[in-house]
Design a protein around this ligand. Sequence first.
Ligand code: ADP
Ligand code: MG
Length: 250
Amino acid sequence: MADTATTTALLDLRGVRKSFRTPDGHERTVLEGVDFRLEEGDIVALLGKSGSGKSTLLRIMAGLIKSNGGDVMYRGIPMTGPAKGISMVFQSFALFPWLTVQENVELGLEAAGVGKDEREERAGAAIDLIGLGGYESAYPKELSGGMRQRVGFARALVMRPDVLLLDEPFSALDVLTSETLREDLLDLWDERKIPTKGILLVSHNIEEAVSMADRVLVFSSDPGRVRAEIRVGLPRPRDTESAAFRQIVD
Ligand code: ADP
Ligand code: MG
C-alpha cells in the first residue's frame, strides 16, 4: 500500500456531495460528504445497496456529471470533465447494436482523434487481449452476454486507462460467466498486460467484491457515505517486469 501522506492518489475525493431535484421540486441528497482515495496499485470495491448512489459517484469520478460540492481530484488535479486516462465499464454493456465489435471498440479512439491505421491496430489488440479474437466483425446481438461485456471491457481497455471504473459490470451475467471474466481481468492486471494503475469496482455482491478487491468499502444508503472499510488480504502481486507490460509502457 502506498504511503498516503506523501504520494498523490490516482483519485482523491473529499466531501463530495450530490443532490438531484425530484419531479415535485424537492432536493434529494444522494451523496453526502464522500471521502475516498484510490491509490496506485489498488483494486478497491465499493459495496452498497441498489439506490445508495454508487453509479452517481462513479459518474462523478468519470467526469460525466458534476458534484454539488467537495473536491474530485485525478492525480492531484481538480477534474473539470471526462479525463483522458479514466475509462468506465457499464452494467448494461452500452454497446451500439448497429456497429460491429471492431467498430464499437474503435469509437472512443476515433473521438480522441486517433488515425485509422492506429485505431484498427489498437482495437484489434484490445479485442485479442480480452479473448474475443475472431469476433471483430460480429454484431452485439450475435454474442452472448459474457462476450458483449468483453466488448465493453475492450472498449475501455483500448483507451489504455490509468484508472478503470467498473459499474457492476458482472451483475447481468450468470455466475460462471461472471467468474471467468473476473479471473481474466485479474490475470491481465496481475501480469501487467494492461497499463491500468487502479481499479474501482462498484458492486452490490459481497462475494464478487471480496474476490476482486484488496479493500472493500461499505457504502451506506440514504444518504450515500462510506461507512466502513474492510481490508481483504494483501495487495495482489503484480509482475512489473513481464515482457508484455514492458511492451505496453515502452
Ligand atoms: P446505485 O447505483 O447505488 O443503485 P444511483 O447512483 O443509480 O444508485 O442512484 C442513487 C439515487 O439517485 C436513486 O434514488 C436515483 O433515483 C437517484 N438519481 C440518480 N440519477 C439521477 C438523476 N439524473 N436525476 C434524479 N435522480 C437521480
Ligand atoms: Mg448503479
